[in-house]
Design a protein around this ligand. Structure first.
Ligand code: SAM
Length: 209
């Protein structure tokens, strides 16, 4: 089992308490995602954090597997689900590959604000394609700074990481990400920007049948 990144364990309480920075955009993402959800669907969210999004979607599907490498994030998520009376979300520690879901076992997979934290982005996208049913949807939200001056943050990350102030962070462009998703066997159904200089990219992609 992968080690938890101490940055996320340490940040969990603060992350849970911090208000959503752009509520209109968050609500737009929830609404767009829910257009794809049906009561009989099984959904998986990797990098679920404290479970807020899974809890929002839970009443719209039959079951959600919410996974994250940080046990502290998951503990908070379990408490929030209990308080909200949500019983169809299962929180499990690990990465997507450790979770090792069966082939074509999910109708939708979510990876929100997590892909830019992954050293093995292309493997993870391939894993999403493997576990989705044909016609299933992959919903992602990622920070793509490859074309922005912020790409130089890569020189700061190792120092920030050393002092526990930053997580791992990987640099790529929006075009690279969308091409990787398409070449893993998806067609892009929605793609839009938000955040400062449009560096955050929301994508809904459908697995080709
Ligand atoms: C920025 S938070 C996003 C949380 C949530 N998805 C959201 O949008 O609020 C990133 C989360 O990804 C988790 N994470 C980082 N690397 C991961 C990995 N390889 N597999 C699963 N979760 C991971 C962290 O522990 C953290 O909870």
């Amino acid at each position: 089992m992968s080690k938890s990144d101490p940055f996320w364990d340490k940040s969990a309480e603060r992350y849970a308490k911090s208000p959503i920075s752009d509520e209109a955009t968050y609500n737009r993402k929830l609404a767009e995602t829910q257009e794809y959800l049906r009561a009989e669907m099984r959904l998986l969210e990797f990098g679920c954090g404290t479970g807020s999004t899974a809890i929002h979607h839970a009443p719209h599907v039959t079951h959600i597997d919410a996974i994250d490498i940080s046990e502290k994030m998951l503990e908070i998520g379990r408490g929030k689900a209990r308080d909200a009376g949500i019983t169809n979300v299962t929180f499990t520690r690990g990465t997507l590959s450790e979770f090792n879901a069966a082939n074509e076992s999910y109708d939708a997979v979510l990876g929100l604000n997590v892909i830019h934290l992954l050293p093995n982005r292309q493997e993870v996208i391939a894993e999403v394609a493997r576990i989705l049913k044909p016609g299933g949807v992959f919903v992602s939200s990622s920070v793509c700074v490859g074309n922005s001056l912020l790409r130089f943050i890569k020189f700061v990350v190792p120092i920030g990481k050393l002092f526990g102030l930053m997580p791992d962070l990987y640099i790529f462009t929006e075009n690279e990400l969308s091409a990787e998703i398409e070449s893993a066997g998806f067609s892009l159904e929605s793609q839009w920007h938000h955040g400062k200089n449009g560096i955050a990219v929301f994508i809904i992609a459908r697995k080709l049948s």
